[in-house]
Design a protein around this ligand. Structure first.
Ligand code: ATP
Ligand code: MG
Length: 215
């Protein structure tokens, strides 16, 4: 079973004001088949933790291991390419492409030939919306494109930063159902940062970040 293990991870930023410790000896274990929610107030380090879990930032102290192999060994680009897919807090969509093309980018990546419309439909977007440029979609629709892109990729780990932040309750419910299926049916490791109580309640485990510690 796939596992992602965080071992004594500490992380700090160097600002003009000096060094700011954001994570302090954080430990956690994420298992395939489960959906995890990471909660905590603004500035508590949730995005920082996600960027370490997805190897977007380099570890400073401690280690993160995927199936007992250190990310330092696997290498950041290899890890991101093969094992993890990220839904960013700011959606990171490619503006000059249509919604459909943005989803196809993820699919092309691992060489499969899958219909992007299927994934757009899953997040509640029509074919007509799929053919629009990103700038011609609402914020919530753009967010759903980012989610469709993550779902379309075949990676065993999905991390998402506030994926339902711009969605109404009904759409949020639907999207959470999709993330749940990815965990429970497809046996992926799903890790979601959220401020939404509704989302957190659906998770199999809730982890709270406070003062650099995870509990
Ligand atoms: N690149 C950076 N350089 C310096 N400081 C940073 C950087 N990124 C984040 N920080 C600081 O680190 C702390 C944690 O930030 P982080 O983005 O991880 O919080 P968060 O829990 O995701 O907050 P939010 O809920 O508002 O998204 C904050 O005080 C932030 O200002
Ligand atoms: Mg954040």
């Amino acid at each position: 079973m796939n596992t992602l293990k965080v071992e004594d991870v500490s992380y700090s930023y160097k600002n003009a004001a000096g060094e700011q410790v954001v994570l302090k000896d954080v430990n956690a274990e994420f298992k395939a088949g489960k959906m995890y929610a990471i909660v905590g107030e603004s500035g508590s380090g949730k995005t920082t933790l996600l960027s370490l879990l997805s190897a977007l930032d380099k570890l400073q102290e401690g280690d993160i291991k995927y199936n007992n192999k250190s990310l330092r060994k696997i290498g950041g680009s290899e890890f991101r390419l093969k094992y993890v897919n990220i839904v960013f807090q700011s959606y990171n969509l490619i503006k000059y492409m249509t919604a459909k093309e943005n989803v196809e980018v993820a699919i092309d990546f691992d060489g499969r030939n899958v219909n992007a419309n299927k994934y757009l439909k899953q997040v509640g977007l029509s074919e007509e919306e799929g053919d629009r440029l990103i700038g011609k979609l609402s914020g919530g629709q753009q967010q759903r494109v980012a989610i469709a892109r993550a779902i379309a990729s075949n990676s065993p780990i999905i991390v998402a930063d506030e994926p339902t932040g711009n969605l109404d309750e009904d759409t949020e419910e639907k999207i959470i159902g999709l993330f749940k299926d990815l965990a429970h049916d497809d046996k992926k490791i799903v890790i979601i940062v959220t401020h939404s109580r509704q989302v957190a309640e659906h998770a199999d485990e809730i982890l709270r970040l406070k003062k650099g510690k995870l509990s």
